[in-house]
Design a protein around this ligand. Sequence first.
Ligand code: AMP
Ligand code: GLY
Length: 423
Amino acid sequence: MNILLLGSGGREHTLAWKLTQSPKLQRLFVAPGNAGTSSIATNLHLNINDFDEVKTAVLYNNIQMVIVGPEDPLVNGIHDFFLKDPTLKDIPVIGPEKHAATLEGSKDFAKQFMIRHGIPTAAYQSFTAETVEEGFAFLNTLKPPYVLKADGLAAGKGVVILQDIEEARAELSQMLLESKFGKASTTVVIEEFLSGIELSCFVLTDGKHYEVLPTAKDYKRIGEGDTGLNTGGMGAISPVPFADSIFMEKVSQQIIIPTIQGLQKDNIPYKGFIFIGLIQVGEDPYVIEYNVRLGDPETEVVLPRIKNDLVTVFEAIAKQTLDTVDLEIDERTAATVMTVSGGYPEAYEKGFEIRGLETIKDSLVFHAGTTIKDNKIITNGGRVIAVTSFGKDHIEALQKSYRNVEKIAFKGKYYRKDLGFDL
Ligand code: AMP
Ligand code: GLY
């Protein structure tokens, strides 16, 4: 089978690495990909949100399955585009249709879905420019910290948490009246602050059946001790030690099953990954958010632990026979450490040569923001290289990753040295 994978990050290099292990794979194309994917697949230079361009590439390369890494093509309706096109409709797309992708594309839609199906989440109300005064009044009823969320996609920057009521009022004004996040903040969700430890739970569904993937915990802040600005993710660990069987049974009963049944009751078809951002409050799980894709860098620790042939799993999604698949999970812990460009997540430079990758033998090296120029691998983004290792626990796995991260050299390289500090 020829497969096209969309995306260019560490998540996509990991998916590509896993797909190329399948005897069912003939040719793998990645668009646009990175230096890592170019070494195991064929990169295609195309705009993955221009579906006519994707169509041309699919037909030209005789693609038989499309796997969507990031959320934006899904929220923009790539799956619907395939279903509506007579030449594409029989080519399975792994990733949900637009309606389901609204679970990530609109926080208000996701909150309404959770409330409708009794799924535990923070109490909330939504406001627009017309109801900004009611928004101020709602803030007055809450205790700090105040959680304000732009409803739409805002490149991971749309959530603002503030201690001070005056700052919260100013933020709400900016979002609603001054379009701080453009169209994404036409509606703002204000919600109750939940205090606890976060984890990511991944579910794979064909719309009828589902499989729960290993849990993971990512480290979002740039600074040690979880300080400083939010990033795409500085590292991840799987499994999450505190997500024991009692906790996961609650997640299953209170969150996963009502989510799958809720999609069915609402007539929302779903073929793909559901990423449930959870927070443990006391002993109980609450949903912080849904994403309609795999997480990055969680993928770099979740996929290496799955022993199954991924093409077979994706075929079962397409045929709605996921009940015939038994996931086999590696018992060991996987940990990934992300190296990033100096300055990230604010302004940073790119184009620096990356050295030392070939010296790493006992860890997996996944490329994120990298490209090739003059036969050299160079930095091409904020997050650059993730190094994943296995161990009997997260301490052993992290030690191995850290040892190998030190062998990688590029100008301005930074990484967090305290991953797992909170476990
Ligand atoms: P989101 O984009 O919805 O994942 O939010 C980004 C981050 O903000 C989350 O990973 C949490 O750390 C934090 N967050 C979001 N909602 C809440 C909440 N209700 N209470 C506490 N923290 C939150
Ligand atoms: N690691 C968080 C995300 O992928 O959104």
